[in-house]
Ligand binder design. Structure first.
Ligand SMILES: Nc1ncnc2c1ncn2[C@@H]1O[C@H](COP(=O)(O)OP(=O)(O)OP(=O)(O)O)[C@@H](O)[C@H]1O
Ligand SMILES: [Mg+2]
Length: 460
């Protein structure tokens, strides 16, 4: 094991020598500096695990040095040495983020103990970070994070379909990672070196979409001043990602079907067919099956693109993944050193996330940016509407998972929701739930529901 590095800063060379000797005896690698400036250079080059600095030094003093170090690394562990009778300076240093202080004169054991404690904290922090990183790594695939069983199934599907040319239809609510999954399939396929071209079928104006997809010949219509290569041609040899495919106009659906069948396109205004070597991945957040019934989506096209469906679960159905995602985003926004407090995590876990992972990502980014403490994110940094969402968000009430539900569990949750909403006032909760107060009391007993407010049982 490599020994731990300590940076020792003191302008008094004899005291420095003594301390150096004592610390080396403990097995630490000690580097020393005789001024604040010299110390900063060493700090940048060597990244020591702990810094011990005298406060009173000519030029840059210990307080200035402490500020500079904390500016570089908010988690740096700095122990300051203060002279007897200068407790105010020690307090200032602690306020600025010093780990601890030691007052001159001190004995060897005192010093050793403080250093050992600081290094323990250092090791603990590195270990936590390592574990976080390992977890994120273990439960991710190409930047897609997910440790839940539902996501493991998604990863398996991605791995299985990537090597082939099969058409994939990715379904999922907004922000569940459809594009991320499409990219993962492309970059794990033999077409990875080709283009990945994403086309948002709902964002392109109606009159332009045909020429966007298929290209056009110069002069084909007013404004077509030069030949244009369409997205299908651009993605030849690679993958075309048809996002929001449900929003494609009915006539265009027929044209798309033709491309999928014939593997050739025609530019607008040019009847010569052009061969394209494409792989299609489509995505939608709409219910295509319902659109089939209403005649809004062509059945033949549906069967052509729905060869392998991949359904992405909404975030509220995999809330156990939220801590992993939060750590992932924290690192993505270069805030590796910021600690996320457990209360903040559980507030984030309790929310229903109608905008799914995208919403979570935005909230994490915003909360980190506006947080009150540089070294940690607390529950106070979480936006109000998320914190106050409570244990059961109304959206959840109407969402019935495919696997089915446990009616008793749902009843219990609803009772709790009503009771909490009305501060455990039985009359109002009963009215809210549409039952008599007697019926509510009966059910509270059945499910063992008691007021969570201290010293309060019922309103009798
Ligand atoms: N499982 C995940 N792990 C990490 N990041 C994710 C995950 N799912 C989504 N994201 C992130 O959330 C954001 C939205 O993802 P993406 O654009 O893939 O969603 P989408 O389903 O295509 O949404 P929309 O329907 O709104 O277009 C992106 O920034 C993406 O990186
Ligand atoms: Mg998308």
């Amino acid at each position: 094991m490599s020994s731990e590095k300590i940076l020792l800063v003191d302008d008094d060379s004899s005291l420095r020598k003594v301390l150096e000797f004592n610390l080396e005896q403990e097995g630490y690698a000690v580097m020393s500096a005789s001024s604040g400036r010299e110390a900063l250079t060493l700090f940048d080059q060597q990244s020591p695990d702990v810094v011990i600095t005298d406060i009173k030094m000519p030029g840059m003093d210990g307080i200035e040095l402490l500020k500079e170090i904390k500016r570089r690394d908010i988690e740096a562990l700095v122990i300051v040495i203060t002279a007897f009778g200068t407790i105010d300076t020690a307090i200032d240093a602690m306020k600025l983020g010093a780990y601890d202080y030691i007052t001159k004169p001190f004995n060897r054991d005192e010093l050793k103990l403080i250093v050992r404690k600081a290094l323990e904290l250092h090791r603990l922090r590195s270990r936590t970070r390592l574990l976080e990183a390992e977890l994120v790594e273990r439960f991710s695939f190409e930047n897609i994070i997910g440790g839940s069983a539902r996501m493991a199934e998604v990863f398996q599907m991605v791995r299985r379909v990537a090597p082939s040319n099969v058409t994939v239809l990715i379904k999922g609510e907004s922000g569940t990672g459809k594009e991320l999954v499409a990219r993962a399939i492309h970059y794990n396929s033999p077409r990875a070196k080709g283009n990945f071209i994403a086309v948002n079928c709902s964002a392109i104006p109606e009159n332009l979409i045909e020429s966007e997809l298929f290209g056009h010949k110069k002069g084909a219509f007013t404004g077509a001043v030069a030949d244009k290569v369409g997205k299908f041609e651009l993605s030849s040899g690679g993958t075309i990602f048809l996002d929001e495919v449900a929003d494609l106009r009915f006539e265009l659906q027929a044209k798309l079907l033709r491309v999928l069948q014939e593997k050739e396109i025609e530019r607008v205004g040019d009847p010569r067919p052009i061969k394209v070597d494409i792989r299609v991945i489509a995505a939608t957040n709409k219910n295509l099956e319902a659109m089939l019934k209403n005649g809004e989506f062509r059945e033949d096209l549906y069967h052509r693109i729905n060869v392998v469906p991949i359904a992405l679960p909404p975030l509220r159905e995999r809330s156990d993944d939220i801590p992993l995602l939060v750590h992932h985003f924290k690192n993505k926004f270069n805030e590796t050193d910021c600690r996320i407090e457990p209360e903040a995590l559980s507030a984030l876990k309790g929310y229903a996330w109608p905008g799914n992972v995208r919403e979570l990502e935005n909230v994490v980014q915003r909360s980190l940016l506006l947080r009150k403490n540089p070294d940690r994110l607390t529950v106070d940094d979480v936006p109000d509407h998320i914190r106050s969402a409570g244990t059961l968000a109304p959206e959840f009430l109407f969402h019935i998972p495919d696997e089915g539900i446990d009616l008793e569990q749902v009843e219990r949750e609803l009772l709790l929701y009503g009771l909490r909403k009305h501060g455990w006032n039985q009359t109002r909760a009963a009215k809210f739930l549409g039952i008599t107060r007697q019926a509510l009391i009966y059910r509270m007993e059945k499910y063992g529901l008691k007021s969570e407010k201290p010293g309060e049982q019922s309103e009798e």
